[in-house]
Design a protein around this ligand. Sequence first.
Ligand code: NDP
Ligand code: GDR
Length: 377
Amino acid sequence: VSKEIVIDCRDMNPENSPTASSNINRKPKIALITGITGQDGSYLTEFLLAKGYEVHGIIRRSSSFNTGRINHLYANPSLHKEGAMKLHYGDLNDSSSLVKIIASVKPTEIYNLGAMSHVKISFDLSEYTADVDAVGTLRLLDAIRTCGLEKDVRFYQASTSELYGKVQEIPQSETTPFYPRSPYAAAKLYAYWITINYREAYNMFAVNGILFNHESPRRGDNFVTRKITRSVAKVHLKQQEVLELGSLDSKRDWGHARDYIEAMWLMLQHDTPEDFVIATGEAHSVREFVDAAFQEIGKRIIWEGEGINEIGKEEDTGIVRVIVNPKYFRPTEVDLLIGNPKKAEEKLKWKPKTTFKELVKEMVASDIELMRKDPTA
Ligand code: NDP
Ligand code: GDR
């Protein structure tokens, strides 16, 4: 008699094997992720499934599908069978949905990655940003308490280098004072402190990861790195000749999302609940990112103001023009972010694995591949 064998990623993980001695008396690992459909959520889901977790994600209702970054996981029966990954409709601005989901899932770890995460758009959607990014975090923390799970859940808050805002000190560390420069950063500041307050008031294992910019081929299209690498692909395939950007002199500490989600997990495995800066310790300007990205396809850049008139006469297609359009400026800009990840290196044994050059290379290659397959992408 043939017996159906269901392969689940949990079976492949020795840590999770029922015979492993370290597994005795261990609780099952159940993660709940808000923002599972985002860049970080998708990498974190892959990472946790491979570690043998049951992964639950909160998705928002939308009129068109918003699960593009996790479809490959959902479609993979070896990961999805037996409920290793489950999606629930909910929203950070709807307390009752959060309480219902937490009560039914009973997670052991919650990763609060859901947010209106675009700094410039937060100036247009300031109230909404506060509701989701600030009060949404409070709602989630309160939902944990409402379910009586505050002693059983470890909570990760997606805090950000945007908290530092106007430069007070470089490199920025866990002790650098904050000076938020956008409605997004101000909302995240509330979320940062309410996480610490619930840790102290209710003895919860609740931590902030203060993550500096991290990118990947899954980065949203309207963040600067992805906007640039998509343009490189379009220029390469002769669909575009000009790239319009805002501030070229802003400097950011750019790492790879895949490296950073591991740090989130490590923070929740640490003995004590503490906040950590996650960064590479290296900053580059937007201009340098543009340079590095176009180098990948061997294009020479003519920056605005550099003999644009002559370019019109150039037959040579080995040139791309970069123009500054003030519509991409923010009312208040953050000029320089560079993080000091020393504490994470020492206490979590975490280090970034991907260099700036490797990051740019991977993003450019991925966008060229994507646009070759679908020029309308
Ligand atoms: P993304 O913008 O890619 O993803 C944001 C996620 O939040 C999406 O899944 C989105 O859902 C979800 N979301 C938005 N609004 C709500 C809501 N009202 N209720 C529930 N979910 C919601 O962000 P990243 O993955 O890049 O970032 C993850 C988190 O880390 C964010 O909180 C961000 O602010 C923070 N952060 C990011 C950094 C970075 O460099 N990437 C650095 C530091 C912090 P949908 O798909 O439906 O839009
Ligand atoms: P940031 O990322 O604001 O740092 O927030 P973004 O990529 O949007 O901007 C980085 C810098 O590039 C400048 N810039 C442009 N930005 C965009 N989006 N589009 C442009 O055309 C453009 N031209 C220049 C910006 O002015 C800025 O100085 C990201 C988000 O993921 C946040 O959620 C997260 O908290 C922080 O990183 C850390």
